[in-house]
Design a binder for this molecule. Structure first.
Ligand code: 13P
Ligand code: SF4
Length: 308
C-alpha cells in the first residue's frame, strides 16, 4: 500500500500534508508534518496539483481557501473538530452586532464561514503576535478557544472579549493531571499546548496547582522544537498524544510522558493509510469552499501569513 501511495502521488503530482496528531503510519508517509501554521504555509507554497490533507476538516478548508485552484482532498469527511464547532456564523454575527467597533480575531480552528466574518486569523504559534499587531485602543473579539484567549490576554496584558469555546480533548488536561505527573517525573520539563485547561492556571501564578515555573507553552511544532533544543532528558507533554510519535522519533535518547494518556482526538485518528490510499486513487473527498466565501475568508488568513 505504501508503494502504491507513493506511485499514485507521483502520477497525480500530489503532496501529502499531515498534522502532528496523525497516526504514525500517516505521519511517516507524509511529505510534510507540522502544526496549523506550517501546514497552511505549505498549502500556500506547494506547486503540486493536488493536496491530500491528513488532518481535520477546517485544515483542508483553509488549504482550499489559500489555494482555490488546487484540488484539496481529505481522506475522511467526518474528521471534524469540536473547537471549530463551538461557534456558528450566526452566533458570530450576533456578537459582532453587539460590538460593532471591535476587531475579530479567529483561531484557525474555525469553519470557512467564521473566517469569512473575521478580520484576522491566528494559530497557536502566532496568536500573541497577531493580537499585538492590533492597535491597543481597539476592542478585540477573540474566538473560539477560551484557554488560548486567556493565554494571549495574560502574555499581552490586553483585555480581550473571549468566546466561551474549548476543545474537548485539551480542556480535560487539567491541573491535577499535571500535578500528578510532576510528582511522578520530578526532573521532567513540562510542555503545554495553550488549548489545555491547565495552561490558564499555569499562567495564573497566584492560583498555581502545580509548579509551572519551568513550563513551556507552545503550538505543537513549538513543543517539538523545544523538545529538540532542550537539555532536559525527560518531558511531560500536555497535548494530544499523537505528537509523541514524532517527539520520540526525533529524540531517541529522551523520554516523553503524556500528561493524560486519554488525550486522543478521535477526529484526527479517523485518517488511516487505507483511506489515504482510497483518497488518492479515487480523488475523494474534495473540500471546496464556495467562491464568494473564499474571497472573504482569504483576507484574514493572508493578513495572518503576512504578519507571522
Ligand atoms: P497546532 O496548530 O498547535 O498544531 O494545533 C492544532 C490543533 O488542532 C490543536 O488541537
Ligand atoms: Fe479540534 Fe481538539 Fe481535535 Fe485539535 S485536538 S483537531 S482542537 S478536536
Amino acid at each position: 500500500m505504501i508503494e502504491e501511495i507513493n506511485e499514485l502521488k507521483k502520477q497525480k503530482n500530489a503532496v501529502i500534508l499531515a498534522h502532528n496528531y496523525q497516526i504514525p503510519d500517516v505521519q511517516d508517509i507524509a511529505d510534510y508534518v507540522g502544526d496549523s501554521l506550517g501546514l497552511s504555509q505549505q498549502a500556500a507554497e506547494t506547486d503540486a496539483d493536488t493536496i491530500i490533507f491528513c488532518g481535520v476538516h477546517f485544515m483542508a478548508e483553509t488549504a482550499s481557501i489559500i489555494s482555490p485552484h488546487k484540488t484539496v482532498l481529505i481522506p475522511d469527511l467526518d474528521a471534524g473538530c469540536s473547537l471549530a464547532d463551538s461557534i456558528t456564523a450566526d452566533q458570530l454575527r450576533a456578537w459582532k452586532a453587539e460590538n460593532p467597533e471591535a476587531v475579530v480575531v479567529s483561531y484557525i480552528n474555525t469553519t470557512a464561514a467564521i473566517k469569512a466574518e473575521s478580520d484576522y486569523c491566528c494559530t497557536s504559534s502566532n496568536a500573541v503576535q497577531i493580537v499585538e499587531s492590533i492597535p491597543e485602543d481597539k476592542q478585540v473579539l477573540f474566538l473560539p478557544d477560551k484557554f488560548l484567549g486567556t493565554y494571549v490576554e495574560m502574555i499581552t496584558g490586553r483585555d480581550l472579549n473571549i468566546w466561551d469555546g474549548a476543545c474537548h480533548v485539551h480542556e480535560k488536561i487539567g491541573e491535577l493531571n499535571l500535578g500528578e505527573k510532576q510528582k511522578e517525573y520530578p526532573d521532567a520539563e513540562v510542555l503545554i499546548h495553550p488549548e489545555c485547561g491547565c495552561s490558564t492556571s499555569c499562567m495564573m501564578k497566584s492560583a498555581m496547582y502545580f509548579d509551572c515555573e519551568e513550563a513551556h507553552i507552545h503550538s505543537t511544532s513549538g513543543m517539538l522544537n523545544q523538545a529538540r533544543e532542550s537539555e532536559a532528558e525527560e518531558f511531560v507533554v500536555a497535548t494530544e498524544t499523537g505528537i509523541l510519535h514524532r517527539m520520540r522519533k526525533e529524540n531517541p535518547g529522551k523520554k516523553f510522558y503524556p500528561a493524560n494518556e486519554e488525550s486522543v482526538c478521535e477526529y484526527m485518528k479517523m485518517i488511516t493509510l487505507e483511506k489515504l490510499h482510497d483518497s488518492l486513487k479515487n480523488n475523494r473527498f474534495e473540500v471546496k469552499v464556495p467562491e464568494d466565501m473564499v474571497e472573504k475568508a482569504r483576507l484574514p488568513i493572508e493578513r495572518m501569513l503576512s504578519i507571522a
